[in-house]
Design a protein around this ligand. Sequence first.
Ligand code: PEP
Length: 246
Amino acid sequence: MRKKIVVGNWKMNLNSEKAYKLLENLESISFPNDVEVIIAPPSIYLDSFSKAKKLFISSQDVSSNDNGAYTGEFSAEMLSSLNLKYSIIGHSERRQYHGEGEDLICKKARQLLKYNISPIYCCGESLENRKSKNHFQVVKSQLSRLLNEFRGSDFQNLIIAYEPVWAIGTGLTAQPSDAQNMHLFIRQLIDDKFGLEIAQSVPILYGGSCKPSNSKELFSMNDIDGGLIGGASLDADSFSTIINSF
Ligand code: PEP
């Protein structure tokens, strides 16, 4: 049975007062035991957030380098020294605003796996890709280096987040059946490479305007194991409704 996971990606939102208040709020809410709830706050809060009792904490990114003269970056080793177990990588905003591509994202994945941190590896097509019916091909190419250069055992420590770029922060959501088709496609790619057992064990999350009004239907799909939530994770009530919608 795969883990059910909900990740709140706070992006570059909330000053420290608001961030700690929201964390405190979320820590006081009761969630189903079988759902892993992960918060990815801005990195400036990671050290103190790492002491959270119920919630798991993730970074929103990580350096592809070990340590050294890389101003502004932080390493997987540093995340590990805070006992963090997750890091988002390859988010479409990193791809779009920082020019990140598969080569760099896979280096980040390697750094994280070296320190036993699970990469939450994002992929997803643009609206243009979908309109021209290239979406499966685009997602396949975003995952091909990961599938070809990593081992099955790495996949047992990895989470995939399918986030159609046209649905992120836009209010547009993929139809649950369209999202399911893509999740199944991704699982089949893993199956083709590493076999059914590993494919069945990898959590695949949906992200893109997931909110209380659509999370239940999305999470009811066979291959959707939870969500990567942006905007709706900034409100304790909305986020807790999403977590309780499995
Ligand atoms: C995201 O940024 O990962 C995301 C899914 O954002 P939103 O939920 O706001 O669309």
